[in-house]
Design a protein. Structure first.
Length: 303
């Protein structure tokens, strides 16, 4: 009985050792490289998942990565808009943002931002929360939806990453909320996916990871066994052209393609509802989401 228990414990220890050894080449390869994590979806609402994501990012920093978090907060904004008696309104999936809604959005996003910083600090890493207005990080122009005015919704036309480089150099973990300003210094809300993509391009990130409520890219969305672990740039473009993907995946995949063309090496689409999905995707041979690679990049594994 005792021997069996000892053997079971030894097997468990050996499995842990194997996981660490499997992670080693990835730690070596991406040491001191910038990784941008777009954090959104259900993982921002569930407290356990929130702690899991922040723990993942802190671990990435402690093993030598240079992470930057870009977060959304759409569900929380809608909740607070409803609390004030206003009705959230969307056109083509974009929130119509009048002046009162913009005030609420900025308040909520800054509140979310500081709560994430607090969690980072509790884990022993120095976090700094900023918005795209700080240091002139995100400059925008007014965005329209099929010609319709949707208020204070911005489209990024310039990124000044100096504040991010300064924070990374001083060993801080930057947490960015997607708020920017235009030529008149008016405040605009920005789609968090777009903000993460623009920042990743500006800092030439080695990796850009989207945490959302989707598992990844499927060859056939109705068949969950067709999840694609790795997809090259040309394949991703063909998927959109030939209609393999639709709905909300089209702009997300489009952002991935644009980031790769602008110098980001790898883009990951992950299901943020899975605890520690970030670590599983980055530090294991197979991963659990979809990694989209620049065609110049070698694949993680060979079948």
């Amino acid at each position: 009985m005792t021997d069996n228990k000892s053997m079971d414990e030894m097997d468990e220890i050996m499995k842990k050792a194997e996981v660490l050894i499997e992670a080693l080449p990835y730690i070596q390869r991406f040491n001191r490289k910038i990784i941008v994590v777009k954090y959104g979806g259900s993982a921002m609402v569930d407290d356990e998942l929130k702690r899991s994501v922040i723990a993942d990012v802190v671990l990435l920093k402690l093993v030598g990565f240079k992470p930057i978090i870009v977060h959304g907060g759409g569900k929380e904004i809608s909740r607070w808009v409803s609390k004030t008696g206003m009705e959230p309104h969307f056109i083509n999936g974009l929130r119509v943002t009048d002046e009162p809604t913009m005030e609420i959005a900025e308040m909520v996003l800054n509140r979310v931002n500081k709560s994430l910083v607090q969690m980072i600090q509790q884990l022993g890493v120095r976090g700094v929360g900023i918005s795209g207005k700080d240091g002139g990080l995100l400059h925008v122009q007014k965005r329209y939806s099929d010609g319709q005015d949707i208020g204070y919704v911005g489209e990024i036309d310039a990124v000044d990453p100096k504040i991010l480089y300064d924070l990374l150099e001083k060993d801080f973990l930057p947490v960015v909320c997607p708020i920017g300003y235009d030529d008149n210094y008016d405040t605009y809300n920005i789609n968090a996916d777009d903000a993460a993509c623009a920042i990743a391009k500006a800092v030439k990130a080695e990796k850009l990871a989207f945490l959302s409520d989707i598992e990844g890219v499927y060859r056939d969305f109705n068949d969950k066994s067709t999840l694609i672990s790795e997809l090259e740039l040309g394949e991703a473009e063909r998927f959109i052209k030939e209609g393999f993907v639709g709905g909300g995946m089209i702009p997300k995949l489009g952002n991935c393609i644009e980031a790769l063309k602008e110098g980001v090496s790898r883009v990951h689409i992950l299901d943020g509802r899975i605890p520690h999905c970030l670590l599983l995707e980055i530090f294991t041979n197979r991963g659990i989401g979809t990694a989209i690679l620049n065609h110049k990049e070698e694949r993680y594994y060979h079948e």
